[in-house]
Write a protein of this length. Structure first.
Ligand code: AMP
Length: 367
């Protein structure tokens, strides 16, 4: 049997790691991206073009058996254009929900998944009403195209309303009540074409300036019930869409239980540790799912923690000297706030994990 050839919309680091996971299975990859220096170009053919370039899209469609995406802001029209000729997984229908924070929260609520209180905001007047209704502790966010903390304004009192509006107003917005969370978690689930599902253990994530810095797996002190609640939320979303592939849901862990923040219909930064930390990584399971293959075990292999390499390149040799450490660089050039790579520490014991993590952190901070 020849392995299906996989087309990927987007050629960033997620595409690169999908390629690195699929190649051992015999998969071949074709990526579409407008950046000639795309990190995924090292692991497959790169077709240069934007998401609205039908010539480039046609070339991709002709070259592959099945298409997936590694960027959640792929235009819905692009995914639908491709889906008219080749299977696209996850289903394009999930994109329009995941790309709009309002639709996303309404969708979570329709499935009985708790969210922060929210209010649709299209004018300064709406924002005043929203703050009256929900309270003056909240976050004003653009409904679309927000990522890594962009397009957000933290409101702390009524007097912030005008500034918030001046800062990000004029586009469709959502005002969310501030969630007093103990920590941030994420659940990664995967569903294949037969409808089989699997879930990774809950991960604890630390963000700074809106960017993920650290993921620890499994998240500490998660009892079986909380894991089940998270897996059930993920399963509800997966089944609602007839989803195929990996889905990440970011959750707030609160005194009153888990609250969903947002979802990403793709492999996710908070699952990079699965490359070394799980029997089968999120990337391989995504490939298996979209290629109609059985899912692999999501069981952990020891304890794992992942640190993102952001902005500046570290000294590779220094990192490689740290035991239990696995370095993934994305072949990107340095730029402020840019994710250039990640480092996963995996160890059979917590103590060794923490020691190695501290060493890695020191190297990343001192570069
Ligand atoms: P997001 O782009 O929605 O993932 O938001 C980025 C970060 O802002 C989250 O990881 C949280 O740390 C914080 N945040 C977002 N929304 C809320 C909220 N409603 N309440 C408290 N913190 C939030």
């Amino acid at each position: 049997m020849s392995f299906p050839k996989i087309g990927v919309l987007g050629g960033g680091q997620l595409g690169r790691m999908l390629g690195l996971a699929g190649i051992p299975l015999g998969a071949k990859f074709v990526f579409l991206d407008s950046n000639p220096l795309s990190p995924a170009a090292d692991v497959g053919e790169l077709i240069l073009g934007g998401y609205d370039d039908t010539t480039a899209l046609d070339k991709l469609i002709d070259a592959v058996d099945v298409v997936t995406y590694e960027f959640e802001n792929v235009p819905v029209a692009t995914a639908e254009y491709v889906a008219a000729r080749k299977p696209v997984w996850p289903p394009p229908s999930v994109l329009s929900v995941a790309q709009d924070r309002l639709k996303e929260k309404e969708f979570f609520q329709s499935l009985g998944i708790p969210t922060a209180p929210f209010y649709e905001v299209n004018s300064l007047e709406d924002l005043h009403k929203a703050v009256k209704e929900i309270g003056s502790q909240g976050v004003l966010k653009t409904r679309t195209m927000g990522y890594d903390g962009k397009g957000q304004f933290r409101i702390r009192s009524e007097s912030d309303v005008d500034t918030a509006w001046n800062e990000i107003g004029g586009v469709p917005l959502i005002y969310e009540g501030f969630v007093n969370f103990k920590r941030e978690l994420s659940i990664l689930g995967v569903r294949n074409q037969k409808g089989e599902v699997a879930f990774y253990p809950l991960v604890e994530n630390v963000h700074n300036e809106g960017i993920l810095r650290l993921s620890v797996a499994p998240a500490k002190d998660v009892d079986a019930l909380v894991q089940k609640v998270a897996s059930d939320y993920s399963e509800k979303v997966l089944n609602a869409f007839g989803y195929v592939g990996v889905l990440a849901i970011e959750l707030f862990d609160t005194e009153d239980g888990l609250v969903a923040n947002e979802m990403a219909p793709r492999v996710h930064n908070s699952g990079h540790w699965t490359i070394e930390g799980s029997e089968i990584s999120q990337f391989e399971n995504h490939i298996r799912a979209v290629c109609d293959l059985p899912l692999g075990s999501t069981s952990m292999v020891g304890y794992a923690a992942m640190l993102n390499v952001i902005g500046d390149l570290p000294k590779l040799g220094d990192l490689l000297e740290v035991p239990n450490t696995h370095v993934h660089m994305y072949a990107k050039s340095e730029a402020p706030r840019r994710k250039l790579g990640h480092v996963t520490v995996r160890s059979p014991g917590q103590e060794a994990l923490q020691e190695c993590l501290a060493l890695v952190r020191r190297i990343l901070v001192n570069r």
